[in-house]
Design a protein around this ligand. Structure first.
Ligand code: NI
Length: 270
């Protein structure tokens, strides 16, 4: 059983066959996925996917590439939706409905693409971290070419075991240790299978067994032998094999520990 902690099945690349792809996942061992919003439009499409598929959960937030047009009204809306549809409400008989929101994300800093000015990216990362504290949900952090700036902001906010995930982790083992010390989990995917993915392989071997997560970031980041193609959760088996070899263990053990880690981080009871 595999838990894909980071997907974008609402992406237009699935417009022709979305339902067929989602329907195929259980037959290839994928039992849970979290669909992650990246802008205010995908907040709606993410919620819709989660509410129409039992095994899909939702993360709501705005990616650093899309923060340029954000307003406080958007934050009010995110907060309202996160509170209204929080997964924890499912345990409360007084709050009926399909309650699937398990995180705020993805949020962060991207100094590789620099789609928005860096001070604007920082401002909205801080604001969305504050929002996550207000609604008491973990965060999914996107951080590219911005290790120190991201770390400096995260350490000034809520920390401790289960605060959040640094997704598609692309930094060194030393940097991984810093984020782990803040209480963050580390999510790895296709890059661990790349021939030039030496750093990701080192991190995959290094992260403690109770802090490692699997993710596709699909439709992006397809693993070898599908590199460059449209990704989907079924390809995670290739990532599992590589990580198992790097850690000197079995595929079954990697699946089991990352499954338990994802349930703990996203606070799932089912
Ligand atoms: Ni993503």
């Amino acid at each position: 059983m595999i838990f894909d902690t980071h997907t974008h099945y609402d992406d237009h690349k699935y417009d022709d066959d979305r339902e067929a792809v989602l329907a195929s996942l259980s037959s290839v061992g994928i039992q849970r996925v979290v669909n992650v919003a990246a802008d205010m439009h995908s907040v709606d499409t993410t919620l819709q996917l989660a509410q129409t598929h039992d095994f899909v959960y939702a993360a709501l937030g705005v990616h650093p590439d899309g923060v340029g047009a954000l307003t406080e009204a958007d934050m009010d809306r995110l907060k309202e939706l996160a509170l209204k549809y929080a997964y924890r409400n499912a345990a409360d008989p007084k709050v009926p409905g399909l309650n699937k929101v398990v995180a705020i994300g993805e949020i962060g800093l991207d100094y590789y693409w620099d789609e928005s000015p860096r001070d604007v990216q920082k401002q909205w990362l801080e604001r969305q971290l504050q929002l996550a504290e207000e609604v008491d949900l973990p965060v999914i952090i996107h951080s590219r070419d911005a290790a120190k700036a991201t770390y400096d902001i995260l350490k000034e906010h809520r920390t401790g075991e289960g605060t959040g995930i640094v997704h598609c982790f692309s930094y060194s083992r030393e940097m991984a240790r810093e984020f782990l010390n803040l209480g963050y989990y580390i999510a790895l995917g296709g890059v661990t299978t790349f021939r030039n993915g030496r750093t990701a392989k080192e991190v995959a071997a290094y992260v403690p067994s109770d802090r490692l997560l699997l993710e596709t970031d699909c439709p992006y980041m397809a693993p070898v032998p599908y590199r460059g193609k449209r990704n989907y959760s079924g390809y995670l088996t290739h990532v599992v094999d590589v990580i198992a070899e790097l850690r000197g263990t079995t595929r079954e053990e990697i699946e089991e520990m990352t499954w338990e880690n994802a349930r703990r981080l996203y606070r799932l009871n089912d």
